[in-house]
Design a protein around this ligand. Structure first.
Ligand code: SF4
Length: 268
């Protein structure tokens, strides 16, 4: 893993994501190294030669920069997503505490905030999050299967740890959501996800696998190696609109039957 400390020039960036006004990414790159990651396009802005998942740039001035920006900003308002192209609670956050500093600054601001993560390290900051009324912690998961997670998202917290963190934050009074991101054909058991999260989340959303943004050769190779029997169906269904129609219908049915509010279903 190549780690560089850098000084960012900006931290609160305007967003093109529908419904999101600004994004904050305390790191560039992500040690979670998910093989389906849609954010790997960021690599071309970094000067790194290493594959996605094997480098992280640490914006050591992130919290101070945000504080400065907030004090000079005219009429700060809107919706901020923390972690659009990196995981703000990836392992380096334990040492650098950049996201913790950012959340403290945002808690004193008028912004509505969502922090998106595949890590249980977020529970470290429960003291900040529990007093932050306009904040939601959104947990991203692909399913509850530990073997799948170990094969395809090798650096992220296990599903069991993420689910335990979801419950812990919910019980501490922190608003939570779940994002099934992405649904992996043949591997993601939506029913099992709903069963695991209902009662602990204010909503659930999901997205289809973004085949064109993923590193398809590496993803396909890892899938075939770990789940050879399921690979042919995966390859066929990943690009099949009919398959995704069925998954979207199942998602809607599970929301209704199991009483989990739907926050969105996104197709790529
Ligand atoms: S945690 Fe998110 S940003 Fe990090 S590698 Fe996985 S999908 Fe990409």
């Amino acid at each position: 893993m190549v780690i560089r400390e850098i000084r960012a020039k900006s931290i609160l960036t305007k967003s093109n994501i529908p419904g999101v006004d600004f994004c904050i990414n305390p790191y560039v790159g992500c040690a979670h190294a998910c093989l389906y990651c849609y954010a790997r396009f960021m690599k071309r802005f970094t000067g790194h030669d290493e594959p996605w998942g094997e480098f992280v740039d640490v914006k050591v001035n992130a919290a101070a920069l945000l504080r400065e920006r907030l004090t000079t900003m005219r009429n700060p308002q809107g919706y901020v997503l923390v972690g659009s192209v990196t995981d703000p609670y990836q392992p380096l956050e334990r040492k650098y505490e950049l996201t913790r500093g950012i959340m403290r600054e945002l808690a004193a601001s008028p912004f509505d905030v969502t922090v998106l993560t595949k890590s249980d390290l977020v529970t470290r900051d429960v003291d900040v999050l529990a007093d932050f009324e306009r904040c939601t912690v959104e947990f991203s998961i692909t399913g509850v299967d530990e073997e799948v997670a170990a094969a395809l998202e090798p650096g992220a917290a296990s599903p069991a740890r993420r689910l335990a963190a979801l419950r812990e934050l919910h019980e501490a009074g922190v608003a939570t959501r779940v994002f099934v991101s992405p649904i992996l054909p043949g591997l993601t058991n939506l029913y099992a996800v709903f069963e695991a999260v209902r009662g602990f989340t204010g909503g659930i959303s999901a997205e289809t696998l973004n085949v064109s943004a993923a590193d398809w050769p590496r993803l396909a190779a890892a899938f075939r190696k770990s789940f050879p029997d399921r690979f042919p169906a995966f390859r066929e269904n990943a690009r099949s609109p009919d398959y995704w129609d069925g998954v979207e219908a199942e998602f809607g049915r599970l929301c209704a039957e199991l009483g989990v509010p739907a926050s969105g279903f996104y197709r790529h």
